[in-house]
Design a protein around this ligand. Structure first.
Ligand SMILES: [Zn+2]
Length: 171
């Protein structure tokens, strides 16, 4: 953190007022990072909107994607192992990158079979599908047709696969 801008994770923590004093200070004095924090806030609002539009499923999913990123950043901060920290940070960065695809409202059509990953059945795979499946997993309303990775269970791993797929289709 001594040079350059804070990581995306640190900026997300800044958004929720959980960042270290050094990061908080940096963001206060850096227009670029303030803009990034504002963008993350916009994203969080979008995630909240999605959650509210799915209240019939599970109301206690609070921006699950960002929550994961934050909790992983906390773990990373507690550990002294640079390698572990890098691994968690990389994982969290992927989650944030996935979440970011929400902002443009991008819809990604694919010529390949998309049925399993396309949880909401709108013909595209995007982060909404990952969030929707996360809701279903949490609520215990899962169907075998959502077994994206074919390991016989429908769980967070399938959610992760969909999220990664959404990113891959976008890039
Ligand atoms: Zn900065």
């Amino acid at each position: 953190m001594s040079e350059g801008h804070p990581s995306a994770i640190e900026l997300e923590l800044a958004r929720t007022a959980e960042a270290s004093p050094a990061v908080t200070l940096h963001v206060r004095g850096c227009g670029i990072c303030r803009a990034e924090v504002a963008r993350l806030e916009e994203l969080a609002a979008t995630l909240r909107g999605i959650r509210e539009s799915r209240i019939e499923v599970s109301a206690d999913l609070d921006g699950r994607v960002l929550w994961h990123a934050r909790s992983r950043a906390r773990v990373a901060r507690r550990t002294s192992s640079g390698r572990t920290l890098a691994r968690w940070a990389a994982a969290a960065a992927v989650v944030l990158a996935v979440a970011t695809t929400l902002l443009p409202g991008g819809l990604h059509r694919s010529g390949l079979a998309v049925a399993r990953e396309d949880v909401d059945g709108n013909g595209t795979i995007d982060i909404r599908d990952a969030l929707l499946l996360a809701h279903e997993v949490e609520a215990g309303h899962v169907s075998g047709t959502r077994d994206v990775n074919g390991d016989g269970v429908v769980n967070e791993e399938d959610v992760r696969r969909i999220a990664l797929r959404a990113v891959a289709l976008r890039s």
